[in-house]
Design a protein around this ligand. Sequence first.
Ligand SMILES: Cc1cc2nc3c(=O)[nH]c(=O)nc-3n(C[C@H](O)[C@H](O)[C@H](O)COP(=O)(O)OP(=O)(O)OC[C@H]3O[C@@H](n4cnc5c(N)ncnc54)[C@H](O)[C@@H]3O)c2cc1C
Length: 388
Amino acid sequence: MQRDLEFDVVVVGAGLAGLALCAALRRTQLSVALVEGRPPEWPVGGWDARVYAVSPSSARFLDQIGAWAHLDSTRLQPMARIEVFGDRGAQLDFSAFDVGVGELAWIAESSLIARELWEGVKRQANVTLLCPAKPAALAVEGGRARLALEDGRTLDAALVVGADGVQSWVRAQAGLEARFTDYAELGVVANFRCERPHLGTAWQWFRPDGVLAYLPLPDGHMSMVWSAPEAVGRELLQYDAETLAAHVAAAGDHMLGRLEVVTPAAGFPLRLMQVPRVVASGVALIGDAAHAIHPLSGHGVNLGFADARELSALLAGLDRGVLGDLRALRRYERRRAEEVNALQLTTHALHELFRPQWPALSWLRNTGLKLTARVPVVRNALVRYALG
Ligand SMILES: Cc1cc2nc3c(=O)[nH]c(=O)nc-3n(C[C@H](O)[C@H](O)[C@H](O)COP(=O)(O)OP(=O)(O)OC[C@H]3O[C@@H](n4cnc5c(N)ncnc54)[C@H](O)[C@@H]3O)c2cc1C
């Protein structure tokens, strides 16, 4: 009979949240297993379709866990300024200079960060990487969690962390409820080469056909995220490269001149997911397993990094025997709840206010945007929201 493999912590899911948590546990005495179902695939040449606005606090965290300094700096774009447009000409802008910071965010490809974290965690002495491997059953009893894998191995640990994305298997096994609000929208992403320089500016347009964002990428490139009603999103995905480039250039007021597609469009369904309880005895959730948010905030991945930072700090200070203790884990839950709820509510409210299907709100939202631009308190609150 096979003996159980024993660990202090088992992390399921090697996305950015799971990898960051493992890397953050590097300086602890804890033994960690990382279980990932799919071996990673990195884009060969070209640009990754998925691009993030990494907040200054996420960049600091990535630095503390040893990843940031190793990222290829030629693929990192500081974002110095944001310009936001309403659907009736209202405008709001703010810059890093205005608020006395070096940059509002760093624009980076998902695979740039994931690859660095993956390579680091692979070499990390206290992490056993099990990939490809998938869990088949989870039981928590007498202060220990047992995770049976599909390949017949069993992992025994004080704590199992679900970092396995929005359809989290761990969350379902632990009986933690997830409430979904479907936006009936697609997030359509693509990258373009631009005729005019972006000077580190991001643009966002609240349009009748969705929210369109241009994020600056290095070397005269730009990443588009268009959160569009499903029918519009499907149409965008069907365009050939030339039609898409012309359409996106026109939708963005030709701000960057002529565009040329360098990464074809890809689409993702958009929804809000709220998880009222993100811990149970012997189980904790981080990243998209614990929350999903509309991409108009640009904060999904930042929330996942903050979860990893908070949970790793808690675990580092606990005795081995109580790592899965519900009272201890509730501290992590409480510390994260405020930020996650506030960001989810603000982003949801913004989305509802600018919902393309509600033209009656057009006056209110454009007036709101103009007022926000003029009232420093509100403006600063919005900047803090943008900085994460
Ligand atoms: C269109 C779109 C645009 C976005 N834009 C932004 C943006 O601009 N800024 C931003 O911050 N965020 C953005 N996001 C959100 C961001 O992509 C996510 O927040 C982030 O990728 C979540 O990371 P994660 O590690 O929690 O989950 P995931 O990246 O989903 O990783 C989960 C991992 O778990 C593995 N896994 C799943 N199930 C199992 C299992 N049963 N067994 C073993 N392994 C398993 C998966 O293979 C995967 O590797 C966007 C999302 C979308 C859809």
